[in-house]
Each structure stands twice: as C-alpha cells, then as structure tokens.
Write a protein that binds this ligand. Structure first.
Ligand SMILES: Cc1cc2nc3c(=O)[nH]c(=O)nc-3n(C[C@H](O)[C@H](O)[C@H](O)COP(=O)(O)OP(=O)(O)OC[C@H]3O[C@@H](n4cnc5c(N)ncnc54)[C@H](O)[C@@H]3O)c2cc1C
Length: 341
C-alpha cells in the first residue's frame, strides 16, 4: 500500500504559491486513483497556519508541519532537515512537491538521505495495473516519456501549469508539529533577502494568462521602406502593460539584440521560446511578426489556444500551427487592441 505525501513550503506572506496549489490538486487526484493509498500533507515555513487551513479540505489522513523562523527562508540545510523529518514521520512511499526553485534544490538531497529516488519536472500521472506511472518531457519537451519505478520513497517535483489550482473548503484538522533541532552548523548560510528586477522590467510572467511573442518582423522595414524600432518597442511594452501578458521572443529577435543592433532593451535570451529556448505554460498565446518555424513553435507545446498575426498568409502558423491567424499588419492590429484594452 502506498503512502502519498504532498509537500509544500509557504511563501513570504504565509500563503501557498500557485505551483503548490496545483501540485495539491495533482496529489489529491492521484490518491483517488491509487486504491487503498494513504494520503498525508507536510508543510514547512515560518508560520504554516494559513497553509494548513488552505489544504485542510483535501482529504488527507494526516497533516505534518515544521515551522519557525529557521524554516521561513529557503536554505538547503534547514529545509533538508525539516523535509527529512516529515518524510520519516509520514512513512511516505511517494512524495509529491511543486517544482519551485526551493524544492528543486533541496528534494534530490532529501531523496538521497532517505535512500529513495527522485524525478523532476513531472508533467502528468497515470495509474495502470495499480501502479503509478509518471510523464515527463525529454529532448526539450519534444518527446513525452512514461515511466515507473519500484524504488521507494519516490520523490517527484511537479511542474507548474499541469493541474488546476486547489480550491477546496477548509475544515478543522489535527496537525502534528514536528520539532526539528537546528544548530549553528545548519545556519551557516544566512539569507539576507530577495533581489528581483523592478516589476516594469520583469517581462517574463509565468502566471500570466497570455503569452505575447514578438518576432523579428517588428524590426524589419515596413511598407514605407523604413524600420520603426521605437514605435515597435512602445507598442510591445504598451500591450504588455495593458494586458499583463508575459513576453516571449523568437530566437532571431533576441540574437539580433545581442549582436548590438536593433536592441529592444527589455528583451533577452531568457525570453526566447523554442527548441533552444523556453517552453512556457500559458492558457493562450499570441504570436506577432514571427514566422512560426518549427524550432520556434516546438516551444509552444504547452500553450493552450494559439493565435498569430502575420502579413504573410503562408507563414508557418497558417500551416496548422495556430488556431487562428490574422493576416494583418501587427503594428496596426496591436495598436488597435491596446486602445481597446
Ligand atoms: C537547431 C535550431 C534551433 C533553433 N531554436 C530556435 C528557438 O528555440 N526559438 C526560435 O524562435 N527559433 C529557433 N530557431 C530559429 C528558427 O528556425 C527561425 O529562424 C526563427 O524562429 C525565425 O524568427 P522570426 O520568425 O522572428 O523571424 P522571420 O523568420 O524573419 O519572420 C519574421 C516574420 O515577420 C512577419 N512580419 C514582418 N512585418 C510584419 C508586420 N508589420 N505585421 C505582421 N507580420 C510581419 C514576416 O511576414 C515574417 O513572417 C532554431 C533554428 C535551429 C536550426
């Protein structure tokens, strides 16, 4: 009989982040598919009371917590000690956790301490013949592999965007607070704070409903024989501002920037979507001035509804890669849409 343990850490404000709520939905669904499985929740953080309330209606048989100032921050040594304690107390055989940077860093180490195995970036579960099978992407998400393991405990970090957010009712549940001794040896790393770019410089927004992708067409000579870089930059930023979309790019556009000409200062290789770029997850995507070539579109694997704006009715998007193609001038169309927004 399997014991599924869902692990989460609180955010700075004591809540659970999106990835954790999604992984909780996945854990709850898995529990309903694995006959006879026991189900436990384990939470670490400075103050876990809010997170326990949020998760309390998930039907878990047991709730474990490690809380206090030492566990408020992302630090390998203290996180590993806390998670190790929860894993042992729960008797977990399958451990599910959100693929946050905090957990991606520490969970492989916890798996090692427990004599278990870990698989990261899990993109789905299936149960066949009473056994768990997981799905994950390979070769930059071009191939999906399904695999299972007999080794236990089996640690899995679940990618964001795979399951809907948990949104259950809360109820009173007993919580087992574990005392984890922390000495100065485990506090050698001091977390002094977070550094993040200003929000208006932050164009990559994983939580956005829309991915707005800019291609090299924005920098090309237009119908009047001129390039309109400043106008293009203002238009892209204006649309992002009004829509709250995340900004993606084709490789050609960010390559141009790095060569020192036609620079959009708000864009870097981190925005690049594709085979040699990122594979973001968003419900919708809008491609503008981008041709829709295969090495680029492969990065759209997890985009739900795809639309594109291109002057060329024979562009790659029109070859079955988008749900809707607007054969139109993106300068005119994006200006109009931004006005409407
Ligand atoms: C091994 C390998 C890996 C690669 N990996 C990636 C990757 O990860 N990501 C990636 O993006 N590419 C990748 N590429 C490159 C990819 O094949 C394309 O070269 C690239 O995506 C083209 O970028 P683009 O569509 O912006 O530019 P272009 O192909 O130049 O297309 C520009 C488009 O803009 C349109 N346009 C121009 N003006 C307007 C206007 N006013 N309104 C509307 N449309 C307009 C044009 O009609 C044209 O279709 C890879 C290539 C290889 C070989």
């Amino acid at each position: 009989m399997e014991t599924i343990l869902f692990l989460a850490h609180t955010e700075d404000d004591g809540t659970l982040g999106r990835a954790a709520l999604e992984a909780l939905t996945g854990s709850s669904e898995l529990r309903s598919q694995l006959a006879d499985a026991r189900f436990a929740v384990g939470i670490i953080g400075g103050d876990v009371s809010g997170a326990i309330t949020t998760t309390s209606g998930c039907g878990a048989d047991a709730f474990f917590a490690v809380q206090g100032g030492d566990f408020a921050v992302s630090r390998y040594a203290t996180d590993a000690a806390a998670l190790d304690a929860i894993c042992r107390a729960s008797g977990a055989t399958i451990v599910l956790a959100p693929a946050t940077s905090r957990f991606n860093r520490v969970l492989p180490g916890v798996a090692q301490r427990m004599g278990g195995r870990v698989d990261t970036h899990v993109g789905g579960f299936a149960v066949a013949d009473g056994a768990l099978r997981i799905q994950r992407g390979y070769y930059r998400q071009r191939m999906i592999g399904t695999l299972t393991r007999s080794a236990r405990p089996w640690f899995l970090t679940v990618d964001a965007g795979v399951f809907p957010r948990w949104d259950g009712v809360s109820r009173d549940v007993p919580v087992q607070h574990l005392e984890v001794p922390i000495d100065d040896r485990l506090r050698r790393t001091t977390v002094v704070g977070n550094q993040a770019p200003p929000s208006n410089a932050q164009t990559i927004r994983p939580d956005a409903k829309l991915l707005f992708v800019a291609g090299v067409g924005w920098t090309k000579k237009q119908g009047d024989g001129q390039v309109h870089l400043d106008e293009a930059a203002q238009m892209i930023l204006g649309f992002l501002d009004k829509s709250g979309a995340s900004l993606g790019s084709s490789k050609s556009l960010v390559d141009q920037s790095s060569e020192g000409h036609n620079v959009f200062s708000f864009m870097s290789h981190l925005n690049q979507v594709g085979q040699t770029g990122a594979t973001p997850r968003h419900p919708k995507g809008l491609s503008t001035c981008c041709h829709g070539e295969e090495p680029h579109v492969v990065g759209w694997r997890f985009i739900g509804e795809r639309r594109a704006i291109n002057l060329d009715a024979n562009c790659g998007w029109a070859q079955g890669k988008a749900d809707v193609v607007y054969v139109a001038n993106a300068f005119e169309l994006v200006r109009k849409v931004t006005e409407l927004l």
